[in-house]
Ligand binder design. Structure first.
Ligand SMILES: Cc1ncc(COP(=O)(O)O)c(C=O)c1O
Length: 477
């Protein structure tokens, strides 16, 4: 019989402390070591203070300090006086990369992680057929390399599609193919840093992935708040040296609002005034359930907006395909970059997408997903109203996530930990903020949660929420 053991959490990752032979210290070491080897505990991620991990596991603090000490000796962890013990970074030579790819982490049974599409709905047979067709049709010359540009036919197909569905204004020559938005942001950052940019306005809160890419490329993120109309554009002028802004206009991540019409115009005005650029992260714009998807900002100001898109939400991040639409002058500058450093997608993948689009399969998939997600979101909202009436869903009926306000006094971090023990994959809004939040709620993903599991997931969430209410502080006498 497989022993389930005890679940515990390190950040947002839940690990299993197996029952069985060996001292608790040895078993804790093994659980953490395995988390690091499989890449689930990312390089540089901080481990919880020994006191809080000990209280979560229900052991003495000494067990945790011993385990941390052992893993420092083995080279898996780094301890620095006065700051958290961390997983050793890849830069220092720890070989996490290969292990990470070999052993993808199992998804939680009740997967409420934001941003994950319905993995069971991936159109396997259509994609396989499109891929087969692409392999048969691809000219020999294109087998020589990767596809920064790809065939003109495939580029025209994708360009026409984006014009139709996202109302972009572009010529196929403005389209570059990437392995995803994060990769696209990497090139763009290299290019913008070369052109002299050192700071970029980012939404606070926002997804940390793209911000981190900018920072690694030498461009410092400058947080700008978000309200119910999206980015508070008026605050940009407080930062005179900022001429770049990274935004999610169609569906702000994670707040879930759309950038209002007035703010869109104000933002474009700002970009023109400062001779700057807006980077539009169009990550889940295909999915709007109460209205038609909001058209891209790029279509309003193609000279000032770079659009970042990918198949990650619509199909799967595993396809590793995305695109960048850039104003012409940037394309010229891109060609001056060291192109060898750019990782482009496979031309076969690009051709396969073109086949999917030409045969109408991609749009059919999007339509089916829109219906599926809309229904799933409704079921989810209904279950929350029934089992957790003291919470409040905010944001638009769109995308793959919904922000949830928790009852006053709920400790969101504790809720994430308690949820992990109940096989819920939860993320606190805290993860996305730059400046502290007063009352972080949760950001709940519903994309990869089966309809049949919604009710049980929400019931488990209700129990974990009730357990995570902070005890009221005693008033000083
Ligand atoms: C808001 C947001 N933007 C961009 C991305 C990156 O997508 P990609 O997989 O194309 O790099 C994500 C991925 O989760 C996201 O949540």
């Amino acid at each position: 019989m497989v022993s389930i053991g005890l679940m515990f959490t390190v950040g947002a990752v839940s690990l299993n402390l197996p029952d069985g032979p060996g001292s608790l210290t040895r078993r804790l070491c093994a659980a953490l070591r395995e988390g690091i080897q499989t890449g689930r505990l990312a390089p540089d991620s901080a481990l919880p203070p020994s006191r809080s991990l000990a209280s979560e596991i229900g052991c003495s603090r000494w067990v945790v300090t011993e385990a941390y000490g052992q893993l420092v000796t083995e080279g898996y962890l780094i301890a620095t006086t006065g700051s958290a013990t961390r997983v050793r970074g890849t830069a220092t030579g720890f070989p996490t990369g290969a292990a990470h790819q070999l052993a993808p982490p199992p998804r939680p049974r009740f997967d409420l992680t934001p941003g994950v599409p319905d993995l069971a709905a991936f159109p396997r047979s259509r994609w396989a057929e499109a891929y087969r067709q692409a392999v048969l049709d691809l000219p020999n010359d294109l087998l020589a390399g990767r596809a920064l540009i790809s065939t003109s036919a495939a580029r025209t197909t994708l360009t026409d599609f984006l014009r139709r569905t996202r109302q972009v204004q572009e010529d196929p020559s403005q389209l570059s193919l990437t392995t995803g938005s994060t990769a696209g942001m990497g090139w763009l950052t290299a290019l913008l840093a070369k052109l002299g940019h050192t700071r970029i306005a980012v939404e606070d809160p926002s997804w940390a992935g793209l911000r981190a890419v900018a920072r690694r490329g030498g461009i410092t993120p400058v947080p700008i708040p978000v309200d119910q109309h999206g980015l508070v554009v008026g605050r940009l002028s407080e930062h005179r040296d900022v001429r770049l802004a990274l935004v999610t206009p169609a569906h702000q991540f994670p707040v879930g609002v759309a950038l209002s019409a007035a703010r869109r115009l104000e933002l474009i005005d700002w970009a023109r005034r400062v001779d700057g650029l807006i980077i539009e992260d169009d990550y889940d714009a295909d999915f709007r359930y109460d209205a038609r998807p909001v058209a891209s900002l790029q279509g309003l100001a193609p000279d000032r907006v770079v659009l970042l898109g990918s198949l990650s939400k619509a199909l799967s991040p595993a396809i590793e395909l995305g695109w960048l639409i850039m104003p012409q002058p940037l394309i010229m500058a891109l060609l001056g970059l060291d192109l060898d450093r750019i990782v482009s997608p496979s031309p076969i993948t690009v051709e396969a997408l073109a086949v999917m689009i030409e045969r109408g399969w991609y749009e059919r998939h999007l339509r089916a997903q829109r219906l599926r997600y809309r229904r799933r979101r409704e079921l989810f909202v209904d279950a929350l109203a029934q089992h957790l009436p003291q919470t409040q869903v905010t944001g638009l009926a769109a995308g793959l996530h919904l922000p949830l306000r928790l009852p006053p006094g709920t400790d969101a971090a504790e809720l994430v930990r308690r949820g992990a023990r109940r096989e819920l994959g939860l993320v606190s809004a805290e993860r996305y903020r730059i400046r502290p939040l007063d009352d972080p709620g949760l950001v709940l993903g519903f994309g990869n949660l089966r309809d049949s599991r919604i009710d049980e997931a929400v019931q488990r969430l209700a129990v974990a929420t009730a357990e995570s209410v902070r005890s009221p502080r005693r008033r000083p006498r």
